[in-house]
Design a protein around this ligand. Sequence first.
Ligand code: URA
Length: 213
Amino acid sequence: MSQDFPNCTVVDHPLVKHKLTLMRRVETSTASFRALLQEISQLLAYEAMRDLKLRDETIQTPLATMEAPVLDGKKLVLVAILRAGQGILDGMLQLVPSARIGHIGMYRDPETLMAVEYYYKVPGQLTDRDVIVCDPMLATGNSAIAALSRIKNSKPGSLRFVCLLACPEGLANLREHHPDVHVYTAAIDERLNEHGYILPGLGDAGDRLFGTK
Ligand code: URA
């Protein structure tokens, strides 16, 4: 848990730090950025899923019968905030290929920096399911707050948020609106600039992931 932000765990493993530095570099190609995001997302997911519930199942190994742990309960739900959240979701899916998937389309109004929803499709029954919402950049926090509020209407069993980079402003805003939602991130950067971008950050995650600039 971060000292200043009790609602946040910084996954500061050397592999995560190294890969994040590669992603921040302006000269990193779209292909590398995409691959690195998938790799880091698996490491973030590992931490975000640490307390998933298990139950014992009787299995047969080639040599003996044993009680062995398997994930308990209904399938996990991963929700990507479009469009950059898809990059994190793709990485996490490699760890939990049978997870159910949701998408929430949000864009930031460039004037107000408030989140505007344009798409919402999540699995029908979220009750009792563990839900992880993904978006690489927790900047103002407005999109994350809107997405989490929307999902809470469906009463999920638990709700977590995974991002690549956070900043103090976004974490404080998220905590004010959703004190019950824990955030997992690779780093907490210095601050937001006047356009709502994280500094030093890595630029526009969507553009870097999809090569649109
Ligand atoms: N979204 C991004 O892609 N980058 C930022 O720095 C902030 C929001």
